[in-house]
Design a protein around this ligand. Structure first.
Ligand SMILES: [Zn+2]
Length: 293
């Protein structure tokens, strides 16, 4: 669904990642001012595709989902409003109008550090399409996000709700000056276009914690199976191994967001140690590619 087969047009140094990783957040867009880890795991991702695609061919997503009792994420009706890549292209005034139209509660951020850097800085002030957003850190500035990221979260919400999720606890959104460690490029966090969910709290069930529950997490393996060519469909996810049901739910929620092109860059625990405890999801305007690893 609009995802491009093209890899991100810069490649990092996976070995370097292993050495420098280890802080709570870094990534193609994660790292704070202290820097970021490499995004370019294309080589290793390619090398680990066989097992994913083999199991993927066994059955359809719906069939495996229903057989295993997991939510059928592909069947979830889209949220109203803009979706997919169109979210990334919303102009600031139009984006804020969309927030109002969709009843997404927000305040405009007046923080000086966001001025001129985050095109439409906002702070969510209540549940977004049924999903509460809770910031785990201490610096209030990191709660600020660009309006487009908030719209993308709104579009993700029905998928999350299908798994019973009512609250996301995240590690940060806007972090001024954040750079991709390996390349020096500006991180999505530096513009408020990325955030890092760690905990997915559910009604009547234990929270899903990326650190504990993202399983399996084979380094370099494509988290959602092999990214399809334009016009092709993503492979279905394999059914979960015993004891990895939460991991399958987590992966299902993330991979469905990728399939619907709500975020153009997604970095998971497959990528490096710096992403062991969260999933980095990022809206990227003005590109015709997507990347996940
Ligand atoms: Zn991040």
């Amino acid at each position: 669904m609009g995802s491009r087969a093209t890899a991100r047009p810069f490649l990092g140094l996976p070995l370097l990642v292993l050495i420098i990783a280890g802080t709570a957040c870094s990534m193609p867009a994660c790292g704070g001012t202290q820097g970021e880890s490499a995004v370019g795991a294309r080589e290793s991702a390619v090398g680990a595709r066989e097992s994913e695609s083999e199991s993927a061919s066994e059955s359809s997503a719906s069939a495996s989902a229903s057989a295993s009792g997991l939510p059928d994420f592909r069947a979830v009706a889209p949220a109203p409003g803009p979706t997919g890549r169109a979210i990334a292209e919303l102009e600031p005034a139009r984006c804020r109008a969309v927030l109002r139209e969709l009843d997404i509660p927000f305040d405009r951020s007046t923080d000086e550090r966001a001025r001129g850097i985050v095109p439409a800085p906002v702070v969510p002030t209540g549940p977004v399409n049924g999903i509460a957003l809770e910031f785990e850190g201490r610096r209030a500035l990191h709660r600020v996000m660009d309006c487009r990221l908030l719209v993308a979260i709104h579009a993700w919400a029905p998928i999350l709700r299908a798994a019973g999720v009512t609250r996301i606890r995240h590690l940060s959104a806007f972090r001024p000056g954040a750079r991709v460690r390996s390349t020096g490029e500006a991180s999505g966090h530096s513009k408020g276009l990325a955030f890092d969910p760690r905990f997915f709290e559910r009604e009547g069930a234990e929270p899903i914690d990326v650190l504990e529950d993202w399983q399996p997490r084979d380094r370099g393996a494509p988290p959602c199976g092999e990214q399809p060519e334009d016009g092709e469909e993503w492979p279905p996810l394999p059914p979960p191994a015993e004891g990895e049901e939460n991991g399958a739910i987590l992966r299902g929620m993330v991979c469905e967001a990728i399939r619907r092109d709500l975020f153009q860059v997604v970095v998971t625990p497959h990528h490096n140690d710096a992403h062991a405890n969260h999933v980095h999801v990022e809206v990227v305007p003005g590109v015709d590619w997507s990347w996940n690893g």
